[in-house]
Design a protein around this ligand. Structure first.
Ligand code: HEM
Length: 159
């Protein structure tokens, strides 16, 4: 069932891509969707497993930032999940370790975008998206998902 939904999504996404981008992507890996559970497996606790962290629903491979995110490292709490709110607020409070952006101030949202662009997109490869960023509970694509706004379409080497 879930696989069928992901398949449908890929059809929707690829239909929205230009031929040029599609050709580039064809040679690369397909977009991967992460459930919360899958993302949790990459929380830095397992030796040798890549460390993943999502910001704004985009999943980054932050393994090269081991000294920040690895087991017992200062920002380990941020990984294996979508930590958008924590990044926006510069907070490690457990209640901020979520993708929920409701009630954030203009300034926090600006700061989030600047860290998203200036740190995560610059420094770490994108490995996929959180399923909840793209799909509704029933597996249908979210209305606000726009393939052309996704980071992998702005940079050429991420996929
Ligand atoms: C007293 C408080 C803090 C100090 C002194 C501090 C200091 C630093 C330093 C020195 C870096 C490394 C910059 C670099 O080498 O590129 C860094 C990066 C970072 N800090 Fe903090 N920090 C503090 C609190 C926090 C908190 C509360 C958060 C919560 C989200 C946070 C999130 C980050 C992130 C996401 C990075 C980027 C890591 C990366 O490049 O992947 N910091 N911080």
């Amino acid at each position: 069932m879930a696989t069928a939904h992901v398949g449908l999504l890929l059809v929707v996404v690829s239909a929205a891509l230009s031929d040029d981008v599609r050709l580039k992507q064809a040679a690369a890996e397909p977009v991967r969707l992460f459930t919360e559970e899958e993302l949790r497996r990459h929380d830095g606790t397992e030796e040798g497993r890549p460390i993943y962290m999502a910001v704004k629903g985009v999943v980054f491979d932050v393994t090269r930032g081991q000294e920040f995110y690895g087991k017992d490292a200062p920002y380990n709490a941020l990984v294996g999940k979508d930590s958008t709110r924590a990044v926006a607020k510069m907070s490690l409070d457990p209640e901020d370790l979520t993708s929920d952006t409701s009630g954030l101030t203009e300034e926090q949202l600006k700061s989030l975008d600047s860290i998203f662009e200036g740190t995560y997109k610059k420094k770490y490869p994108i490995v996929g998206y959180t399923a909840s960023r793209i799909l509704n509970e029933d597996g249908s694509p979210k209305d606000d998902f726009r393939a052309e706004q996704q980071p992998q379409l702005q940079t050429k080497d991420e996929f």
